[in-house]
Design a protein around this ligand. Structure first.
Ligand code: FAD
Length: 317
């Protein structure tokens, strides 16, 4: 079994950023990654200072190069379980055994879980195929690229009306499709006051021509021309490894992590979208970096021996 100081599970922005800081702190680090970063469907990544417009795959490839350059070990695979390591526990130290779907288990002193989240989007024909292309969720990521164009916002989640108001910042021509959601009188008035149209008929599908979204087909057969459609997905954290370890959760169900990524379970850390649905690429990377520094400090603390006489002096005081 390979010995590590830290095993990072998930090789997206959060995980690789953490691995970079930890390898530079001369820690033995393995990153296990299933290779499905959340923004994979998008051709370009925006809002990352100095890398705006860069393909997300390029950023991660550069990150992997940097981590390996400092001696980090990268493994492709899916981590299926993490359990406290009985051997290290018997020796009075913290440790974990990380099991992969395929491949040898890893032994490590600390784990950092950066497994991201899943976007639960409406199950309508055309939606899945256009996801990250012209069926979008984040205006900060892709709003500028479709500015001033006819835009749609699909209902289906409690935040959909607020999302329509947000998208209005990028275009004067926004239509909200509640698609079965109830819209209150106040909401109607507020949408109307900002010139956001409402089309009540349920949506049948997105219409695509020459590999471009051109409109929204209603069940009536009518097509509403739109250049892009936004949706506010339900964010589902990939946190089964964290909950499996017993990490405490908020009332919302999301795992609790402090600003350094420390969870309620000693030795278990988390960063990025796995614990924070608001994390963009740059902030996920920042959270990974913060967690790495905190983990390194934690390992340094563990390495400082407590002399027996100082314990006796403390007790005597
Ligand atoms: C379509 C789309 C476009 C976006 N565009 C932008 C943008 O332009 N700018 C921006 O700032 N943000 C953008 N985002 C948000 C961005 O994707 C996230 O902020 C970012 O991916 C979060 O990084 P992360 O490291 O937390 O998670 P991820 O990047 O999702 O990485 C998690 C990694 O963990 C792996 N993993 C999961 N479970 C396991 C397991 N059990 N074992 C091993 N590996 C595992 C996954 O395969 C994945 O590779 C976009 C999101 C979407 C959906």
């Amino acid at each position: 079994m390979t010995e590590n100081d830290v095993v990072v599970i998930g090789g997206g922005a959060a995980g690789l950023s953490a691995a970079l800081v930890l390898t530079r702190a001369r820690r033995r680090v393995s990153v296990v990654d299933a290779g499905k970063p959340r923004n994979a469907p998008a051709a370009h990544m925006h809002g990352f200072l100095g890398s705006d417009g860069r393909p997300p795959t390029e950023l991660l490839a550069a990150g992997r190069d940097e981590v390996t350059r400092y001696g980090g070990h990268l493994a492709s695979g899916v981590v299926t379980s993490i359990v406290p390591d009985a051997g290290t526990a018997a020796a009075g130290r913290l440790g974990f055994e990380v099991s992969l779907e395929d491949g040898p288990s890893l032994r490590t002193r600390r784990v950092l879980i950066t497994t991201g989240l899943r976007d639960d989007i409406p199950d309508l024909p055309g939606v899945r195929e256009r996801w990250g292309r012209d069926l979008l969720h984040c205006p900060y990521c892709h709003g500028y690229e479709v500015r001033d164009q006819p835009l749609g916002v699909l209902g289906g989640t409690p935040e959909a009306v607020a999302h329509a108001h947000l998208i209005r910042q990028w275009s004067d021509d926004v239509v909200f499709f509640p698609n079965g959601d109830a819209v209150t009188t106040t909401q109607r008035e507020q949408l109307a006051s900002r010139a956001i149209g409402i089309i009540e008929h349920p949506v049948a599908r997105l219409v695509v021509e020459s590999d471009r979204l051109v409109g929204v087909r209603l069940v009536t057969g009518h097509v509403v021309p739109r250049a892009a459609v936004f949706v506010r997905p339900r964010f589902v954290p990939n946190d089964t490894l964290l909950t499996g370890l017993g990490c405490a959760t908020h009332d919302s169900g999301w795992v609790v992590a402090d600003p350094t990524g420390r969870t309620s379970v000693r030795g278990v850390w988390a960063a990025g979208n796995a614990v924070n649905p608001r994390a963009q690429v740059i902030s996920a990377a920042g959270e990974g970096s913060a967690a790495a520094i905190a983990i390194n400090n934690d390992l340094v603390d563990e390495d400082i021996p407590i002399p027996a006489h100082s314990v006796l002096q403390d007790v005597a005081r």
